[in-house]
Design a protein around this ligand. Structure first.
Ligand code: NAD
Length: 328
């Protein structure tokens, strides 16, 4: 059995070797994305595994079908880089990753704390021997209401980890979980916007969630609200968010993701001219903390991503189904 792995990073190597030996599968490795040029390498393979930078549109799905490749696994939780409707239509099966949500949840809470304790400004001052206090007064979690948008795996873990902080927790999701009800209060979306001091996003990028943080939703939020996004950049209309920062309606932002980050994040672009004006502009504010889509990036998660990516392809090939099969 032969499969091909695209977007392979050095830190994934040892996990790929271990799982290949365990499942007795031959793996071709490619550092590049799956694209028009690199697809040739997939000839003779029964499945492909990718990360989030390969754009799997209808044309790419047709090309895979021409090579008789019907199975894809993405070693990411998000799968908005794959045209799922078309994949379903032509009978290509896709599995996503299901690594433990703790790494992203830890990171989310770190961004919350950095934002309410003004850590970016404190760190910059310390770097130039400015140890003044003025402007660095923060807030305590026990006095705040945290609104969690999405109580899926990551949202639920964030809620669980917040228990120790003594804050009030509101949550909104179209699907309510009993376990979450023991730790937080499900409310209408507008109530969450009206009452939360911190709002954190944990929904997938779908048509219904695209730009859900926009001029209108920001106008419903408390003045000085802290927004945290460790989900997908496109959940936020960055123009509206920038306006909110400038008007001081938004008190702080913690962003692990940003719209149009593809081709920038996870690359060394130091010597290049970057063409994401909004990203360059928003990062200069003292109350905006940005990271380069690294919330997921822990040793445990990378191990799970590789194991899941390979084993779901092997399962598809052997049985026609897989645990990671994307159902909706
Ligand atoms: P999940 O599927 O377990 O949870 C998503 C939740 O959103 C579900 O409970 C679902 O009911 C809810 N939802 C979907 N659409 C909704 C809507 N329109 N209104 C209300 N609720 C809605 O996913 P997860 O594992 O918790 O991950 C959430 C997202 O986090 C992923 O889709 C991914 O984009 C992002 N993510 C980011 C990183 C990172 O490194 N920054 C890592 C992993 C995942």
């Amino acid at each position: 059995m032969k499969i091909i792995a695209y977007e392979v990073r050095g830190d994934e190597g040892k996990y790929f070797e271990e799982i290949a030996e365990k499942l007795n599968v031959e793996i071709i490795y490619c550092k590049e994305t799956l694209n028009e040029e690199t697809i040739e390498l997939a000839k003779g393979c029964m499945g492909v595994t990718i990360l989030g930078h390969s754009n799997i549109d209808s044309a790419m799905l047709d090309k895979l079908m021409e090579l008789n490749i019907k199975y894809i696994s993405t070693r990411t939780i998000g799968y908005n880089h794959i045209d799922m409707d078309y994949a379903r239509k032509i009978g290509v099966k896709v599995a996503n990753s299901s690594y433990e949500p703790n790494g992203v949840a830890d990171f989310t809470i770190m961004l919350m704390l950095m934002s309410i304790r003004k850590y970016k400004q404190a760190m910059f001052r310390g770097n130039v021997n400015d140890y003044s206090l003025e402007g660095l007064q923060g807030k305590e979690m026990k006095d705040l209401t945290v609104g969690v948008l999405g109580s899926g795996k990551i949202g639920e873990t964030v809620i669980n980890q917040l228990q120790g902080f003594g804050c009030k927790i509101l949550v909104y999701d179209t699907f309510q979980k009993d376990k979450v009800k023991e730790m937080a209060t499900y409310v209408e979306l507008d109530t969450l916007y009206h009452e939360s001091d911190i709002i954190t996003l944990h929904m997938p990028l779908l048509k219904a969630t695209h730009h859900m943080i926009n001029k209108e939703s920001i106008s419903k939020m408390k003045k000085g609200v802290v927004l945290i996004n460790c989900a997908r950049g496109e959940l936020m209309d960055i123009e509206a968010v920038t306006d909110g920062i400038e008007a001081q309606r938004i008190g702080a932002l913690g962003l692990d993701v940003i719209e149009n980050e593809e081709g920038i994040y996870h690359q060394d672009r130091r010597s290049d001219i970057l063409n994401n004006r909004q990203m360059a502009y928003i990062r200069q504010f003292p109350n905006v903390t940005m990271t380069q889509h690294i919330a997921f990036y822990t040793d445990a998660a990378v191990c799970s991503m590789v194991n899941g990516g390979v084993s779901s392809l092997v399962s598809f090939i052997n049985t026609g189904s897989s645990e990671g099969d994307i159902k909706y």
